[in-house]
Ligand binder design. Structure first.
Ligand code: SME
Length: 160
């Protein structure tokens, strides 16, 4: 799909240091059915903490693993697509406009969850395999260019 190809090349151009800040802006700007786009990052206590996002402010700034669609994706370590949020009982509502949601885990090298990409849509069933493939690629970019990079830098600092 052309749109996702364009977004991949835009993301590839971004410096590592601004990836987390810029990706939500880029996706929000170019994908009409991505209506809340952001990151949750796992803290030391296993709590998902709201990171950079674009969209309506949300009351869900800290989400325990297992709670809501975000918490379930972190617990099961798989991409979670809910095409109609009224059909999901374990759901934390952010906006009455939200009709569907996709959550993609971001992993560390050891397989643990670093965080996740969370996208809400005002449309029912807008997400397909292209969204999943693209967003899993984005998550992989974070793993390689943010998570690994930070760990590498930390090891360098300890060594010298
Ligand atoms: N709906 C999410 C909570 C986060 S908001 O979508 C930004 C959930 O059920 O986990």
């Amino acid at each position: 799909d052309e749109l996702f190809e364009f977004l991949r090349s835009e993301i590839a151009k971004l410096p590592n240091e601004v990836l987390l800040e810029e990706i939500p802006k880029l996706l929000d700007k170019h994908v009409p059915y991505y209506n809340w786009t952001g990151f949750y990052l796992m803290d030391q206590e296993g709590m998902l903490v709201l990171g950079p996002y674009v969209g309506e402010p949300t009351e869900h700034v800290r989400i325990p693993v297992g709670r809501g669609i975000c918490g379930q994706a972190a617990e099961r370590k798989v991409t979670f697509i809910v095409q109609d949020v009224t059909q999901e009982s374990n759901y934390l509502s952010c906006s009455p406009l939200t009709k569907s949601e996709i959550v993609v885990p971001i992993f560390r090298n050891d397989g643990s969850v670093y965080g996740e990409i969370d996208i809400d849509s005002h449309y029912i069933a807008p997400f397909d395999d292209r969204d999943r493939r693209f967003l899993e690629w984005v998550a992989k970019q974070i793993t390689v260019r943010v998570v690994h990079w930070n760990e590498f830098e930390r090891r360098i600092r300890i060594a010298y």
